[in-house]
Ligand binder design. Structure first.
Ligand code: CP
Ligand code: NVA
Length: 315
């Protein structure tokens, strides 16, 4: 199946909230198809001759490599633009950067701090803008994660996902994705680290349409009880490094370890977007154990993002 039934050309990919359930399923299935074709030695070169500019204001391993390789596999090319190397680092505006890049390339991926920067870039650019992580969300990761769960469990609707830890960008995109895919998600955080109330409200509204529930708690056991998926992320995200010590204290009862996962279903999947800190948010035994699928998630960044790139940037 190629993604011909839904036309997404020219659109931005800033948040999962901007896409319908049907569109997200189409992207997911297209990612699975692109993965199959690539592995069969029959890559789909939907973006021959196209270029993607990749602006990075934060570090990255997976996002950089998967977008760069993804563009190459689709027949195009990608340019790595660290903020230290381009004029944004010296104060050139987002508007001027967006307008200029729109004259050279066919799409922009940005990893940045303030979510506002992604929105401003998308408004000012005349080409698709893809969010490669902001302080508010990480939609490419969540799309790849739900694709990974679908591959392993054969379905999404009705599953229970437990997210344990910081109510951060990752939590927000997982919550929004869950609401679209008919998944029940329970998020366990310490009191002052709950996910953004607006994101939760919006997801709860969406969830009513697709039969999913969004539950918040301070009790990791309640979240993990009978879960199909147990997900965690770092306690101090990029930009919050100065809070590391304070957070280690606040989150000390929120480690996903062998004791906690006993509450999950026996065939639960352990997930983490990576990079991980073994001994903090997750024990070595869990992340390196047989239920862990963290590298399948990392791999699927490539395939899911190729579906996004090809759908938005093809002629
Ligand atoms: N998960 C993820 O986005 O990883 P990177 O920070 O390495 O890109
Ligand atoms: N929440 C993490 C995700 C990294 C991929 C961060 O923002 O640093």
């Amino acid at each position: 199946m190629t993604n011909t039934q839904l036309d997404m050309r020219g659109r931005d990919f800033v948040a999962l909230a901007d896409y319908t359930q049907e569109e997200l399923y189409a992207l997911m299935h297209y990612g699975i198809e692109l993965k199959r074709k690539q592995k069969a030695g029959d890559p789909e070169q939907a973006l021959r001759g196209k270029s993607l500019a990749m602006i990075f204001e934060k570090s990255s391993t997976r996002t950089r490599v998967s977008f760069e390789v993804g563009m190459f596999q689709l027949g195009g090319t990608a340019l790595f633009l660290s903020k230290n190397d381009i004029q944004i680092g010296r104060g050139e505006t987002i508007y001027d950067t967006a307008q200029t890049l729109s004259r050279y390339v066919d799409g922009i991926m940005i990893r940045t701090f303030a979510h506002r920067t992604v929105i401003d870039l998308a408004r000012a650019a005349t080409i698709p803008v893809i969010n490669g992580l902001s302080d508010l969300n990480h939609p490419c990761q969540a799309l790849a994660d739900y694709m990974t769960i679908y591959e392993k469990k054969g379905k999404l609707e009705g599953l229970k996902v437990a997210y344990v830890g910081d109510g951060n960008n990752m939590a927000h995109s997982l919550i929004m994705g869950a609401s679209k895919f008919g998944i029940n998600i329970t998020v366990a955080t310490p009191n002052n680290y709950a996910p953004d109330a607006d994101v939760v409200k919006q997801a709860q509204e969406q969830g009513k349409l697709y039969g999913s529930t969004i539950t918040l708690t301070n009790d990791p056991r309640e979240a993990v009880a009978d879960a199909d998926v147990v997900y965690t992320d770092v306690w101090a995200s990029m930009g919050f490094e100065s809070e590391q010590q304070k957070r280690e204290l606040a989150f000390r009862d929120f480690q996903v370890d062998e004791e906690l996962v006993k509450w999950a279903k026996s065939d639960y999947l352990f997930m983490h977007c990576l990079p991980a800190h073994r001994g903090e948010e997750v024990s070595e035994g869990v992340i390196d154990g047989s239920n862990s699928i963290v590298f399948d998630q990392a791999e699927n960044r490539l395939h899911a993002q190729k579906a996004v790139l090809a759908s938005l940037m093809r002629d």
